[in-house]
Design a protein. Structure first.
Length: 297
């Protein structure tokens, strides 16, 4: 039986890899892509989401626009160094096969309401603003979620937004706090793990010549334009954990999040007063890379 999922996303190069894997591996039933502004703005993330679906000829999967600004604080300055102004460093995607609609949190709620309880997981690849709106505006469906698997945060690794903070969580710390404390089953995949799953140049060059395999090579090639020989695969780890959690070492930790000002905003705190959630703290990187490759055949 395929795993039924909603992907909340802000594509983004590594989001693109995660989405292409989810659509190509044959093991997910992707019910929809909900978009959040992230680091390049909602219009572009939504367009990119539709373009990725078009690559896979999946015009049947809806794209639903969500939030372009955090819950309570001002939007961070959009930084295009890593992903480029278009999120994909100039990679051209086809036009979406269908127009996007609006109202991500309401759409997620209505989708959960008519499904068997626990049968749908939410795979969150960007800031958690849409999921926080779902929790606060539609609390009646929180208990219907199977699991929320989140790429974000860091515990012992240096941050990529501040010294101790990761971009997704730093963008909307208040949303992180809401989701961690929601009572839903939450699993966090932090930089501590995602930085261990790295695509080497030889791995990239060996990806197959399928339409999405070719696009994955191009995406990873953009990541490596700066002369790097490998690149961490952050967002794809969410998909891999959803399919085969035994690849990862999971522990339950009581987590809180720093709601102060940058550069510590969004920093994860291990605190007995925090919310008890699953956290990925280790990974069999070789198995993870082998599983990821199966999505591009």
């Amino acid at each position: 039986m395929k795993k039924r999922v909603i992907i909340d996303t802000d594509p983004g190069l590594d989001d693109a890899l995660a989405i292409l894997f989810a659509l190509g591996c044959g093991r997910f039933e992707v019910l929809g892509l909900t978009t959040v502004g992230g680091n390049i703005g909602l219009d572009r993330t939504t367009l990119n989401a539709g373009g990725l679906l078009a690559v896979m000829e999946r015009g049947d999967i809806p794209v639903i626009r969500g939030s372009d600004v955090p819950l309570t604080r001002e939007q961070q300055d959009i930084i295009a160094i890593v992903h480029g102004a278009d999120g994909l460093k100039g990679i051209t995607l086809p036009e979406p096969l269908a127009p996007a609609s609006d109202g991500a949190s309401a759409w997620i709620a209505s989708t959960l309401a008519v499904a068997e309880p626990g049968s749908i997981d939410i795979l969150a690849l960007g800031p958690l603003t849409n999921i926080a709106h779902l929790v606060t505006e539609h609390p009646e469906v929180v208990g219907l979620i199977g699991e929320i698997i989140v790429m974000g945060g860091t515990l012992n690794e240096p941050g990529n937004s501040g010294p101790n903070s990761e971009f997704n969580f730093a963008t909307d710390p208040e949303a992180v706090s809401v989701v961690l404390g929601s009572g839903a089953k939450v699993t966090v995949v932090p930089l501590d793990v995602t930085r261990k799953v790295r695509a080497q140049l030889a791995y990239v060059e060996a990806l197959p010549d399928t339409p999405h395999g070719t696009l994955a090579r191009e995406v990873l090639g953009q990541y490596m334009q700066d002369g790097r020989q490998s690149r961490a695969l952050h967002d794809p780890c969410v998909m891999l954990l959803a399919l085969e959690p035994d690849i990862f070492r999971l522990e339950k930790l009581a987590l809180d999040v720093d709601l102060g000002e940058p550069p510590d905003a969004g920093r994860l705190l291990v605190d007995k007063r925090g919310s008890l959630v699953n956290v990925a703290l280790g990974v069999d990187a070789e198995r993870a890379l082998a599983l990821l490759r199966t999505g591009f055949v």
